[in-house]
Design a protein around this ligand. Structure first.
Ligand code: NAG
Ligand code: NAG
Length: 510
């Protein structure tokens, strides 16, 4: 008889006992609870005795151990979710060894068979209480703010869960958080040219979550990246660019305020809709000033796009050109609540009405407006990475779209001229990460340093709400491709006809 068989046999035997006892107790339960407790105790002692026998046999026959037996104990750091219902919810415990007797537990499984209670334990948290009627063996106490906590109890420290371990010490996860206090302090103490702040909407998120849910532009593919750049043929004599330019001042009322993408990784839709909105307003000379709907793109431009799980700006412009979108007022943004990647059903359609124009065939999802006009753009064009050419384009035609490589310190930007800093360089590598985002550049300027040199910057709109940065905007170093802001810059015209100008004009006058 090998170890597995013998131990199984002893477990079965013992299990029969326990169940038999339980069964008998059940009958007498109402009359004599004392007996029940005593019986339980007896049973527990029997289990211990038999365990000793089984363990000694295990020592002799270590061959052919299963994956389960080699598994590390689940409760090394104390029992997580100690008051959760597992074996109870499963509908009971299993006699002897039953490798199928499992319940999902955190990101793994736990067992409700008697075999689980070995030195290396893989029992569910309520196994001891529910199956054996005893208290769990892993009990320690931890202190926090002069309160006592039992092993297994938890609290959240910023983005990390801390659990009271069996040894009476708090054991915390070690994720890098989106808001790290020492990073904010290091930026503000250093001479980096910008200031950092704490944002409550980011607090408690990990850096990985921030990069996953707050950005959402796929790096343009190599074919897209090699798209021809527009030749602007600048004339150095006549094209004198001012030191400072802000589209919002040249075109008052036509440059739209930054929106808030929430935990929806769809900057691909937000930056495209924002640039298209400004361009249409400028081109129509203010006859139309639509704030275009990112949600329309998120929910309806689904071919090769990931909605709130990220997407491509070339795909967004294709949709803007071929199908078109309605306004934000008509199709409002709804930030995802449960699963951040949800897209939502597409609630807007359009059909061709000739000459490339389209008309909505559905009512606005919002009941507050009937204006479901479809707005379209012309094909996008790529600008060169030359600072001067980008500036000329913004000054002549309006804001442009740019990709931006977002690093860990960008989330805490509050004011000044952003440059990626080295404040996280002394920390482990998982504190230094980046991912691609897209934004709208609306202007530029320069600041004089104390030493007489100048610091040139872009003015750009983000999509993290107006309480982030400088009223939703940020300034970033210009002329040095900081975080790739000059690497891939896109412009597009709105599709605006004389007819549009008149009809929209009339409606405004009505
Ligand atoms: C369960 O395991 C614990 C820890 O190894 C041990 O102290 C306890 O006696 C075991 N209980 C039973 C009923 O086997
Ligand atoms: C940041 O804000 C959060 C919530 O608003 C707060 O709990 C936390 O203590 C703040 N952190 C710092 C470093 O000020």
């Amino acid at each position: 008889m090998n170890y597995r068989e013998s131990s199984r046999k002893s477990y079965n035997l013992l299990q029969d006992w326990v169940f038999l006892l339980d069964y008998k107790q059940e009958e007498r339960f109402s009359q004599n609870t004392h007996t029940r407790v005593e019986m339980k105790l007896l049973a527990a002692i029997a289990v211990v005795l038999l365990l000793v026998v089984a363990e000694s046999m295990a020592a002799r026959g270590t061959s052919r151990r299963t994956k389960r037996e080699l598994m590390s104990p689940l409760h090394m750091g104390g029992i997580r979710d100690p008051f959760g219902s597992y074996c109870e919810r499963r509908g009971g415990c299993c006699p002897g060894r039953d490798d199928q007797c499992t319940v999902p537990y955190l990101d793994t499984i736990c067992y409700c068979d008697l075999f689980c209670n070995r030195t290396i334990s893989d029992c569910c948290p309520d196994f001891w209480g529910h199956c054996l009627g005893i208290s769990p063996p892993f009990i320690g106490t931890c202190e926090r703010n002069s309160h006592k906590f039992l092993s297994g109890q938890t609290y959240k420290e910023n983005c990390n869960l801390c659990t009271c371990g069996t040894t009476g010490r708090w054991e915390c996860e070690q994720h890098a958080c989106l808001i790290e206090n020492d990073m904010i302090q290091a930026v503000n103490r250093g001479n980096y040219g910008w200031r950092a702040a704490n944002y409550s909407q980011f607090f408690g998120m990990s850096l990985d979550e921030g990069l996953r849910y707050r950005l959402g532009t796929q790096r343009p593919s190599r074919t897209i990246m090699s798209m021809n750049e527009m030749q602007l043929n600048m004339d150095p004599q006549n094209d004198r660019l001012p030191q400072y330019f802000n589209a919002a001042e040249k075109w008052p009322g036509k440059i739209h305020e930054p929106l808030d993408q929430g935990n929806c990784a769809a900057s691909w839709a937000f930056s495209t809709a924002a640039v298209a909105s400004d361009r249409i307003s400028i081109q129509s000379m203010g006859h139309m000033t639509p704030q275009l709907s990112p949600q329309n793109l998120i929910s309806c431009d689904t071919r090769n796009q990931g909605g709130c799980a990220g997407g491509r700006i070339d795909g967004a412009w294709w949709y803007m050109r071929r199908i078109g979108v309605v306004t934000e007022e008509c199709y409002p943004f709804s930030a995802p609540q449960q699963t951040p990647a949800e897209v939502g059903r597409c609630m807007m359609q359009s059909r061709s009405v000739g000459r490339g124009k389209r008309q909505a065939t559905a009512r606005c999802p919002s009941t507050h407006t009937y204006h479901n006009d479809i707005y379209q753009s012309t094909p996008p064009y790529r600008l060169s990475s030359n600072e001067k050419e980008i500036m000329k384009e913004i000054m002549d035609n309006g804001p442009v779209q740019a990709i931006l490589e977002v690093h860990e310190d960008f989330f805490v930007y509050k004011s000044g001229i952003y440059k990626h800093t080295d404040v996280s360089f002394t920390k482990p590598p998982h504190y230094r990460k980046h991912n691609t985002h897209s934004v709208r550049i609306t202007g530029w300027g320069e600041e004089r340093n104390y030493d007489g040199t100048t610091k040139k910057f872009w003015i750009a709109a983000n999509s993290w709400g107006k309480n982030w940065g400088e009223n939703g905007y940020f300034r970033i170093a210009r002329g040095e491709n900081e975080c790739e802001i000059e690497a891939f810059v896109i412009g597009a015209w709105g599709r605006v006809t004389m007819e549009d100008m008149q009809s929209h004009h009339h409606r405004r006058l009505k």
